[in-house]
Design a protein around this ligand. Structure first.
Ligand code: GAR
Length: 202
């Protein structure tokens, strides 16, 4: 049986698209059952709609508090009974209610090599620091900012003439492959957390 994925997005959704494309093959072992966002009018939601996948939007500003927003997102996600929740360019930190409901089964993809350059501007921070190698990290979300147990990483060269956009685009090419490979393994093989390591298998 396919693992049920709920994917949360905030932007263009190219990582979501890579997952949707992978899920078209039954052998991949996963299906995207819903896509959620913290804002409307984004390409990520359109990709889901084109694929016939249910979507939902919860905007922080429509709730009395950040905690109420977090609880609403957690409840909506739970309604789709996910085996794995994938944050794919979701530009919000999830909170206590979300982690209480889904913790240990939530992965996030980040455009830098953790533990370097956490936060919302990984490629810009890497470029400003002058590193020669950056990349992407898939990790199991915990209460910190990009601090969770690492599932997969891919290194990407920084070129001398890179801008934030050219570096981020090069990272995203590697990121989509990393995400599809790692989520597929998690779906097909299962996984457990062992300290700072992910062990595949049931
Ligand atoms: C990805 O590079 C992802 O790692 C990043 O946003 C991009 C989304 O691209 N996420 C973060 O920076 C979160 N801290 P996409 O919408 O085309 O998948």
């Amino acid at each position: 049986m396919s693992a049920r994925l709920v994917v949360l997005v905030s932007g263009s959704g190219t990582n979501l698209q890579a997952l949707l494309d992978a899920c078209a093959d039954p052998a991949y072992g996963a299906e995207v059952v819903a896509v959620g966002a913290d804002r409307s009018g984004i390409e990520g939601l359109e990709r889901a709609e084109r694929a016939g996948i249910p979507t939902f939007v919860h905007r922080v500003k429509d709730f009395a508090s950040r905690d109420e927003w977090d609880a609403a997102v957690a409840q909506e996600v739970a309604g789709h009974r996910p085996d794995l929740v994938v944050l794919a360019g979701f530009m919000k930190l999830v909170g206590d209610a979300f982690l209480a409901a889904h913790g240990g089964r939530v992965v996030n993809t980040h455009p830098a090599l953790s533990p370097s350059f956490p936060g919302m501007q990984g490629p810009a921070d890497a470029l400003a620091y002058g590193v020669k190698v950056s990349g992407c990290t898939l990790f199991v979300v915990d209460a910190g900012v990009d601090t969770g147990v690492i599932v997969a990483q891919t290194a990407v060269a920084v070129e001398d003439d890179d801008t934030v956009d050219t570096l981020h685009e090069r990272i995203k090419v590697a990121e989509r492959t990393m995400l599809v490979d790692a989520v597929g393994r998690m779906a097909r093989e299962g996984f457990t957390l062992d300290g700072r390591r992910v062990r595949f298998g049931r």
